[in-house]
Design a protein around this ligand. Structure first.
Ligand code: GTP
Length: 588
């Protein structure tokens, strides 16, 4: 065990974790340079294209007689629970900071997670090859916020490889080796899982004590399910089989299960015949952002259900249940960890399963107490009961932090005020400020994040965790199109802002719903009372009108193009409503 080092790389999004991992794979000879595609550990196509890490990809590297287990972690706030679990599986962390950007919200969020787990942390300023690198300023920030000594801070370029070999030496020198006991009963922490068509669900594990052999029976503590360890091994980074996994090691166990449901991140695996104490910190991830997902073409509902079932095999955080909307037809109400998770699921459904979908605007779950004492949780505005029977409504709040250059503090605090946020503290370091805030999650799932980027000219970053539920004085806002109430457009809004929101919403809908061959009325209503109205005048768009002569192919081409433009539209009554309309509330 003395020769094992388990570590992670933590950073704000885009600061270079995956690129650094590539250099480590190359230097240790784990993957030959000619076989290395950029961001090698980002496996999904989508990750490559967007340049973000969604799934953790662990890898075992052998270097100068040492076994180095690296877990690359996702950098986005939606996946912070996965970050915290992978940190529980290691003894050290490389804290990477982009020399051109400096410390950002998730740099600090992840640093604090690592510090609380007593990890040995090595701060590294990355991208020093760039001409606009501000190494001294970032050094100052690291000293002032995290309390590092200047002499502890490394400088590197994950791109050119400068300083990376030296960093590898430092990891071996200062990250402690694991300290479990092989004689003790077997216990391992699950930090990820993956569905393999042939092996079933594979649990990614860190063994803390004891050992496990192929064919032995194991139990998942939190969910109380037992299975046979059909095969096991390490990551190189592909799955390499071995006979045994021992205390201190990181590897995988194939369960033969057909569903990731039982193999939960953060859960403990023990041997069925010799149970051990569970590892602390397991919690079930709950979805906090909900949206309706409907096929554009009603006949595609079975295909949508099928696709969701397949995606869920590999994504335990995805929840959904069937929904029948009066205007949009059959679809599902889906629950996600956050907005990015939602976008990823949508993109995968459309891309991997070739579906055309309409998504309704995301909402948070509301906890209601009725006048008769009954309690319920509602995540779909259209199923909100009428106001007289509601005694209290509570909504989820978050604890967040914003890191920005100091000169944007003014506009940021104004924005926070507009979004019902309370500033609890502000800390200054270098030329930056970190503002600690509390605000309703509903504000974040609407337009807050985009506006934060705008008012700070892109210089502010944001990190948050779900806090407690707090009371809200809210009402349901209904939207009527051509006199017909469209359930998928209804919203839960703050009572004081209801008039303003209703007005803005119908104005926005007027812009995004195309003119039809009759006049369309748009109305916003609360409890049946109209509070705002607009009209879309008649217009019949004939794309071929401008074409003279009988060039049939040209005409066909144009008609085809127009048809394609319509594919993300849904017929609601007599009116064709585009996808954008359903997400209008995000733009006001
Ligand atoms: P997430 O996984 O999405 O959090 O991103 P990441 O932290 O893994 O960042 P990634 O490695 O994808 O790098 C982001 C961008 O920065 C890519 O375009 C890299 O090529 C670039 N990059 C990373 N390290 C360096 C570096 O040292 N120098 C330069 N010039 N560019 C770098």
């Amino acid at each position: 065990m003395g020769n094992i080092r388990n570590f992670s790389i933590i950073a704000h999004i885009d600061h270079g974790k995956s690129t650094l991992a590539d250099r480590l794979l190359e230097i240790t000879g784990t993957i030959k340079k000619e076989n290395l595609s950029p961001q090698h550990l980002d496996q999904l196509d989508l990750e490559r294209e967007r340049g973000i890490t969604i799934k953790l990809a662990p890898v075992t590297m052998i270097y100068k007689g040492f076994t180095l287990n690296l877990i690359d972690t996702p950098g986005h706030v939606d996946f912070s629970y996965e970050v915290s679990r992978s940190l529980a599986a290691v003894e050290g962390a490389v804290l990477l900071v982009d020399a051109t950007k400096g410390i950002e919200a998730q740099t600090l969020g992840n640093f604090l997670l690592a510090k609380n787990q007593n990890l040995k942390i090595i701060p590294v300023i990355n991208k020093i090859d760039l001409p606009n690198a501000q190494v001294e300023e970032v050094e100052k920030q690291l000293v002032e916020t995290a309390g590092f000594q200047k002499s502890q801070i490394y400088k590197a370029s994950a791109k050119t490889g400068e300083g990376v070999e030296k960093l590898l030496g430092k990891i071996i020198e200062i990250v402690p080796h694991p300290s479990g006991k092989e004689e003790k009963p077997f216990r391992a922490l699950i930090f990820d899982s993956f569905y393999d068509q042939f092996k079933g669900v594979i649990a990614y594990v860190r063994v803390f004590d004891g050992k496990i052999k192929k064919g032995e029976k194991v139990e998942f503590f939190g969910v109380g399910k037992s299975v046979t360890a059909e095969s096991l091994g390490q990551f190189a980074p592909s799955l390499v089989e071995r006979g045994t996994l021992r205390a201190g090691e990181i590897g995988w166990i194939a369960t033969g299960l057909k569903n990731v449901e039982y193999v939960r991140v953060g859960d403990t695996i023990t041997r069925l015949d010799k149970k051990a104490e569970p590892i602390l910190g397991y919690k079930e991830t709950k979805p906090f952002v909900f949206a309706g997902v409907f096929p554009v073409d009603r006949d595609e509902f079975p295909a949508l259900k099928d696709a969701l079932e397949k995606l869920k095999l590999n994504d335990a955080a995805l929840h959904y249940e069937a929904e029948n909307s009066p205007v949009l037809g059959f679809g599902v109400r889906a629950g996600f960890l956050g907005l990015l998770h939602m976008e990823i699921v949508q993109e995968r459904l459309e891309r991997e399963f070739d579906l055309d979908l309409i998504l309704t605007s995301p909402t948070v779950p509301y906890r209601l107490v009725k006048t008769n004492g009954e309690k319920l949780e509602i995540s779909n505005p259209s199923s909100f009961p009428s106001s007289p029977v509601i005694k209290e409504i509570k909504e989820p709040w978050v604890k967040g932090s914003i890191v920005s250059l100091q000169n944007y503090y003014g506009p940021i605090s104004q924005l926070l005020y507009d979004h019902r946020a309370a500033i609890t503290d502000a800390e200054y370091f270098g030329d930056k400020v970190r503002v600690l805030v509390q605000l309703p999650l509903a504000e974040i799932v609407s337009s807050f994040y985009d506006k934060l980027k705008t008012v700070s000219s892109g210089f502010a970053s944001f990190d948050y965790e779900i806090g407690e539920f707090k009371s809200i004085d809210a009402v349901k806002l209904d939207i009527l199109v051509a006199g017909e109430s469209v359930d998928a457009l209804s919203q839960i809004v703050v009572k004081d802002k209801a008039y303003k929101t209703g007005k803005a919403l119908v104005e926005r809908l007027k812009d995004v719903i195309p003119r039809q061959n009759f006049e369309v009325s748009l109305q916003a209503a609360i409890s049946g009372k109209i509070i705002a109205a607009e009209k879309i005048p008649t217009f019949r768009k004939d794309v071929t009108a401008k074409l003279y002569g009988g060039d049939r192919t040209r005409k066909d081409k144009l008609l085809k193009k127009q048809k394609k433009g319509k594919s993300r539209m849904k017929m609601v009554g007599k009116v064709l409503i585009p996808q954008e309309a359903f997400l209008s509330v995000l733009k006001i």
